[in-house]
Design a protein around this ligand. Sequence first.
Ligand code: SF4
Length: 505
Amino acid sequence: MLPAFFDSVLQLIIRTSTDLPPDVRAAMKTALVAEPADTRSAQALTIIAQNIDLASDDEGAICQDTGMPTFEVKTPVGANQIWMRRQIREAVAEATRRGKLRPNSVDSITGKNSGDNLGPGTPIVHVDQWERDDIEIKLILKGGGCENTNAQYALPAELAHLGRADRTLDGVKKCILHAVWNAQGKGCAPGAVGVCIGGDRTSGYAHAKEQLFRTLDDINPDPRLAELEASIMATVNDLDIGTMGFGGKVTLIGCKIGALNRLPASFFVSIAYDCWAFRRLGVVLDAATGRIDRWLYRDPSHPIIPMLDQSGFMRTGREISLRAPLTEEMVRSLRVGDVVLLSGPMFTGRDAVHSHLMKHDPPVDLNGSVLYHCGPVVLKEDDSWRVTAAGPTTSIREEPYQGEIIKRYGVRAVIGKGGMGAKTLGAMKEFGAVYLNAIGGAAQFYARAIRKVDGVSLLDFGTPEAMWHLTVEEFPAIVTMDAHGNSLHRDIEQASGERLATMSA
Ligand code: SF4
């Protein structure tokens, strides 16, 4: 068999998880230049840029959500594909052991995490033959936050703010704008979309995801689709959604559209949204040895150019330092737009923890606490734990529980991304709590604000879902929902919705 195949796949996984491809880096640099320096979007982009640099310097996961590993493999006729699939699965398990992938494969019935990213349906490996002598493997790691913002439309359809989308390219454009608007901060903007016009429900989504394997700067060979892509890119940034939905000039860094034939009765538009942490790479292997002949999307002979020439948190003078546990007075003094540097204890909690807290007492005293919506990558080293990646997860999933948890247990600050809804906002106003938006995907940046892991509860839920007890130092986040009923997310959603309506007029 091919002696170097396993190592080549492992290298591909590690590089994809830790180093963004040059075309994505270039697009993020353009975004950084486009946003005026004193804006929230610029501050968020600076953190993202530092995070990209930290991840590639230290070979750490760019985002703690290393997503669903999806491999597209092409092999010469006669190659042993069964063996290759097995090797790819073993490489995925090894990358997970090394902390380069977060254990992300969960039994959908029991909720149990397999711990090694293996299970029915994970990883996704598509293998095709081709009439060439070498082997090509492409990999995309697409996280849950952006996967949840994927959308599929059956035309004709009525769309909020945009009216009717017909079975025309103009109708397709409306669907794309609607999906981008809907993703707001949840999908960690600025993002990119892969789109499929047509197909059936299954092939449409698959083809949309395949578009994400195109480089952001390529030109569609179909002039009609090239024109549609250009027209989306020319208008979408006028939505003013900006990085993380903070408002700003750059909302989308790429739009790639493909088309499949459809049944006469169906007209689907399928949209795969990917976040700024657009992790996609590939390799071409020697078919006799499995050794890497060449990389796709990157040239290893070119040095990696850092995104920034500075490090540390960009200070604006508006920061407020707070030490947990927090009092009601402390949080009521905060207003939307304040930048908080938080120190002291912090507890992580996401889907499983929130559901647990609705039926059971918390394993720790949450009075005055800071609850971080985060599923970190954590490595066990002898008897202690080390967090290697720790960005926020999408908070809106906890909307059914959050208000009740604030009320019952006295939580004073919730950190996450994308904001929360009216129920949580009401509870924050009534009981005195704030929502702090951290920058989605900035897993390396935030991991460095974590001084130590003090303990862990509910580890049975798996490492991403457990409640980690952390001590943090100067953890920066922006108040986007305050204890006075104000919400930046609600305001941006309304304003961008109105702009959407203007675009369709
Ligand atoms: S950057 Fe945001 S959307 Fe993307 S994988 Fe990370 S948390 Fe999910």
